[in-house]
Write a new protein. Structure first.
Length: 95
C-alpha cells in the first residue's frame, strides 16, 4: 500500500522518494529527501528542491520540522545550526 501521508513518508527510513510540498502561493514544489535528522529529540527532514538539484545547485538544503500536525520550515537560526551540525556529524561536511 502506497503511503500518501507526507509525515509517514518523511519518517519512513526506507522511503527515499521525492515528496511534494506546497508553497505559500499554492504551487507545488517537488522536494528530494536528503536526510532525517533528530535534533533536540525531535525529527527534522532535510529536503532540497528537485528543480535546483537538476540545475546542479547543491547548496539548497532546507530543514523542515516533522510534527503530527504537519511539516513546517525551520527558520530559527539557532535550531538550523543545531540541525546542520548534526547532519555534518552524521554525514560529513560535504554538503
Amino acid at each position: 500500500m502506497a503511503k500518501d501521508n507526507i509525515i509517514d513518508r518523511l519518517l519512513d527510513e526506507d522511503d527515499c522518494g521525492n515528496v511534494i510540498l506546497y508553497a505559500e502561493d499554492g504551487s507545488e514544489v517537488e522536494m528530494a529527501q536528503i536526510a532525517l535528522i533528530a535534533a533536540g529529540g525531535a525529527p527534522y527532514a532535510l529536503l532540497a528542491p528537485v528543480e535546483l538539484l537538476e540545475k546542479g545547485q547543491t547548496d539548497c538544503l532546507l530543514a523542515f520540522a516533522v510534527r503530527e500536525d504537519g511539516v513546517f520550515e525551520v527558520t530559527d537560526d539557532d535550531l538550523l545550526s543545531e540541525i546542520f551540525e548534526e547532519y555534518d556529524r552524521l554525514y560529513g561536511e560535504g554538503r
